[in-house]
Design a protein. Structure first.
Length: 202
C-alpha cells in the first residue's frame, strides 16, 4: 500500500520489455560506433595521419571512461585511481567475450629530465601495457570530480565516511597540448552489458 492508501504500482511486463529493448538498441548502436572508430583508426595509421590517430585514440579513451561501471555486490572497488594511475571496469571492454571481467588500467608516465610523457593501457593481471599517446612537454595527471563538484587527486575519496560505490561524476585526463590538451569526461550511469571493443590498440 502507498502513503495515500492505494496499491503500489510496479512495472508491467510490457514496460519492462520495452525498457530492455531500448537498452539493447542503445548497446548495439554503441558497439557499431566503436567498430567504426576502430576501422577509422586503422585507416589513419596506414595513411600516416598521426594527428588524426591522436584524435581517434582520445575519443576512444573518452568512451572507455564514460562507460565506467559502478560496484556490484561485494566485489572489489570497480573504479580506483590516483594522479598517475586509474583502474576501472567498463561497459565497453577491449576483447571479445561475455560479461566484463578484467579491470582496465590506464597509466600516465612522465620523465621530468626529458619531459617525455605517455598514456598507456593494459587489461587484466600481467598484461603488457600498450602505449596510446606519446608527447614531449607538460606533466600529465588524472583528477576526479565528486557529486559536490570538488576536484580530487584520488578516487574513491579518502576523507568520507561512506565510500561511494559509483565512479566519479567527471574525470579529467590532463594531457599536453601537443596531443590535444586536457580531456574532460562525464561518466554516465552505466550498467553491465556485453559489447566489447577489439583491435583498438594492436
Amino acid at each position: 500500500m502507498s502513503a495515500n492508501g492505494g496499491p503500489v504500482r510496479g512495472l508491467t511486463l510490457l514496460e519492462m520489455m520495452v525498457a530492455l529493448l531500448i537498452a539493447a538498441m542503445a548497446t548495439t548502436l554503441l558497439t557499431q560506433a566503436m567498430r567504426q572508430l576502430a576501422g577509422v583508426e586503422q585507416l589513419l595509421e596506414r595513411s600516416g595521419s598521426a594527428g588524426q590517430t591522436v584524435l581517434v585514440r582520445r575519443e576512444w579513451v573518452r568512451v572507455l571512461l564514460a562507460s565506467a561501471l559502478p560496484e556490484q555486490g561485494n566485489e572489489p572497488t570497480a573504479f580506483l585511481g590516483d594522479a598517475q594511475r586509474l583502474q576501472l571496469k567498463s561497459a565497453v571492454g577491449l576483447a571479445g567475450g561475455g560479461a566484463v571481467t578484467d579491470a582496465i588500467q590506464l597509466q600516465l608516465d612522465y620523465e621530468p629530465r626529458t619531459q617525455a610523457g605517455s598514456l598507456r593501457l593494459a587489461q587484466g593481471p600481467g598484461a603488457e601495457p600498450v602505449t596510446l599517446l606519446r608527447w614531449t612537454g607538460a606533466a600529465p595527471s588524472f583528477q576526479y570530480q565528486d557529486e559536490d563538484g570538488r576536484w580530487l587527486k584520488a578516487w574513491p575519496p579518502q576523507a568520507v565516511a561512506a565510500r561511494p560505490r559509483r565512479p566519479p561524476q567527471r574525470v579529467l585526463v590532463d594531457l599536453d597540448e601537443s596531443v590535444g590538451g586536457p580531456l574532460w569526461v562525464s561518466v554516465l550511469d552505466n550498467e553491465r552489458s556485453r559489447p566489447r571493443l577489439r583491435d583498438w590498440v594492436d
